[in-house]
Design a protein around this ligand. Sequence first.
Ligand code: 5GP
Ligand code: MN
Length: 504
Amino acid sequence: MATTKIIYFVVEGRPEQAEFPSDCPAQDVKEVFRAAAEAGPYDILKLYNTKGNIINISPKLESNTRQTQYKLEVVAADCKTDSLGSELAAALGFDLSAMEKRLQALEKKILVDSADMPSVMYEMRNRVESFRDKLESVEHLSWLGLFKELTEGTNKPSPFYHKRSLRKTKEECQQVMENYLHMSSLEVTEEVRQYLKTPTFDNWQWEDAEIMVLLQLMYMDLDFMSKFNIEMEVLQQFLFEVYRHYNNIPFHNFKHCFCVTQMMYGLIWLTDLQNKMDDIDILTMLTSAICHDLDHPGYNNAYQPDNNIFRNLTTEQFKRIREGMIKCVLATDMARHNEILNQFRSIMSVFDFNNKKHKDVLTMIIIKVSDISNEARPMDVAEPWLDCLLQEFFNQSDMEKLEGLPVSPFMDRDKVTKPSSQTGFIRFVLLPLFIELANLFPNLEQHIIDPVRKALDYYTEMEKALEMEKLNRTGSSQSDKIGKPTENQKESKRVQIQLSQTKP
Ligand code: 5GP
Ligand code: MN
């Protein structure tokens, strides 16, 4: 029998209480807290117990009293990129596009006023143009993000992605490191330790410093500290270097690094991989996941002496990890997706955990699964990730349009919708890959395939609703010509809109 739970908490100094049946879905519980905090759909909610430890918002929350009430905090979601243009300008020391615009306006004014262009104006325009040419063609200035490769691919990175302008500031890093070091001495509850081993983990509840504690916990709970003689300070310094080198961009940021690593960590536990593979291979996989999207040419910095977590390994061990990591990181390139999946398919029926080649292919498959596993997470964790991904895609295609380059169709805001970008991806990329891994580890089906199937249903419904909405819109614009839409038509449109905005 489900009992009603009452949870007491304060939010912004206000005492509140949440009531829910102990067997209701986790999402409903989150919604109760979200409503109490008047938080937006993508804001991060954090609940603390009296000891100051973060606790998971779920139906399993321990009941409390007003005297032992929890504290709820809201952190605004941070997948915004509004300041990117100005960051590029900051990196350049001036705003090139603004300068070009001013120049154009000046040219126009002069032409209108005197109908003749003075030579000094030509001179100025030539200088700005040749400066832009230089930025676009000199490779060592590519950090400014305007560099155009000679071979124009469809996937050219947007200038907005570029590291220099999107790098974290020193102050930001120092603050996070300070918080991290402070928190790393605090105890993490057993509940969080266990929750961290599951694909249902909600990353949005955790700030970057806390995420560093969680990554540290993974090395500790896999026993890597003692097995590979890793000193705590060295691990902390290493995690800090990793944090520093993920850029402030919508999708491929430190939180993505964490999600990929956390999914891999979950898969390691769910498949009992520690009893099937060597520890050193699991250390390689986990560390590869952490490093896989580091976006910094000086990547080798992560191996400087005071942050080299592999410094106590033998030369042989180090060589093995290094080679393994290169293999893993390169395997996340989607251009190699079919090649790697086919390799795995060809050995599946004879898979042998004693065969090094087989294990190598498996590690590549596991990092690939982890890398693109957002849709395997609960809907309220996964959906904001899609928003972040599309934001990054749209930024890129906007820049491609501005620069007159070919636009990748799946990144084009005029062509892509949330459901259209997911239905094909889930059907043709996610499911075939995940099903192959679940063939080897059947118990994964419920953890990674079931949620992906649910996501496919959800986005298929959303796609239908959007199409209906479109039809309705064309319908009502025709009826506009004839007369006003009937109340019925209006009502049906409202229902469609609601359908496209809410989850099933
Ligand atoms: P990455 O290595 O870049 O993190 O992930 C590989 C690529 O897979 C991403 O850049 C993106 O193109 C694609 N991808 C990952 N997750 C999703 C998703 O949920 N939807 C879609 N449409 N593409 C995804
Ligand atoms: Mn990735």
